[in-house]
Design a protein around this ligand. Structure first.
Ligand code: ZN
Length: 311
């Protein structure tokens, strides 16, 4: 299998560029990292998943850390902030992560100071790591000084419980300083499918399963009714799906992760997503697929979803 790059070249630092209606979408990256292939595919036999994604001698697979940047014309929105720079040397040795997000933003022409909204789908360390930056003197400061951060209140509460099952996934310096300073808004939407608008054209929706309050992010530029051609194709719609679908290799509804807290719920939530994403041709954004960070999907003749076009 390809070993993780210690440095990505300038082209590789920007994973995708696209437009969603009037909005400009760029997928940046914090680099790659390695996770256990078995944990990433739950009860799926290795004989099946390794045909799609090869494992190294330690049974790890190479994953990406995608951070989406959406320019709406009025706002610059970041969705997810990678692993960050707070890993212990021991964890960095295991994950082989590279802390490239700020270089990736620079390559894409994104200044962290221009970002005014940051959204975390959930608060696992590999989704909110660069919310804050750890400095040599031990202090932690917001990476996006002018941004309002959004996360779900239930995620913070769960992280603070420090449960045996998943305490390693929740690093409070990624969010507690922002809550204490008032820079992070804690959302309280409740119930499957509940939504909240973050700014015009950007909203979040609860898709529980991976965690109890994981949110996907919808990117749907508002269109005035008069500009909508009659009988036209569906409105442009992109969706950052969070760990509901970590990679394009997880599209089979039953290929859920060992990490998922409620795998049965994940299966139902994936079907609920596909019921809209397939007919409406949504562009899906995957958090951990380095090679296929975005895709539109279609169902094959057996009704199984697969990548239709990777952009
Ligand atoms: Zn997660």
């Amino acid at each position: 299998m390809p070993e993780p790059a210690t440095q990505l070249d300038a082209n590789s630092l920007v994973r995708a560029r696209s437009s969603v209606g009037d909005f400009a979408l760029t997928v940046c990256t914090d680099g790659t990292y390695l996770l256990d292939g078995g944990a990433m595919f739950g009860v799926v036999p290795k004989t099946l998943w390794q045909k799609r994604i090869p494992a190294n001698a330690d049974n790890q697979i190479l994953l990406g850390l995608n951070s989406a940047v959406v320019r709406t014309g009025r706002h610059t929105v970041v969705i997810e902030t990678g692993v960050g720079n707070k890993q212990t040397p021991k964890m960095r040795e295991i994950f082989r992560n590279q802390e490239l997000l700020l270089q990736s933003y620079a390559a894409a022409g994104v200044d962290p100071a221009e970002v005014d909204i940051v959204i975390n789908t959930h608060l696992h360390f590999d989704h909110c790591g660069w919310n804050t930056t750890l400095h040599a003197d031990g202090s932690v400061t917001p990476t996006f000084p002018n941004a309002r951060y959004f996360a779900h209140a239930g995620e913070v509460a769960h992280g603070h419980l420090q449960l045996d099952r998943d305490r390693v996934s929740y690093l409070s310096p990624n969010y507690d300083p922002l809550i204490e300073s008032g820079q992070m808004t804690l959302l309280e939407l409740a119930g499957v499918g509940a939504t909240a608008e973050i700014c015009p054209g950007i909203s979040v929706e609860l898709f529980p399963g991976h965690t109890a309050q994981m949110m996907a992010v919808h990117i749907v530029p508002p269109r005035p009714a008069e500009s909508r051609p009659a009988g036209s194709s569906p409105a442009p719609h992109a969706c950052y799906v969070g760990d509901l679908l970590p990679t394009a290799h997880h599209l089979d509804p039953t290929w859920v992760m060992g990490y998922d807290l409620d795998p049965l719920r994940c299966i139902e939530e994936r079907k609920r997503l596909y019921a809209r994403a397939v007919p409406q041709q949504w562009l899906l954004l995957f958090p951990h697929d380095h090679d296929t960070p975005t895709a539109r999907i279609a169902l094959n003749d057996k009704g199984k979803p697969g990548v239709r076009t990777p952009f």
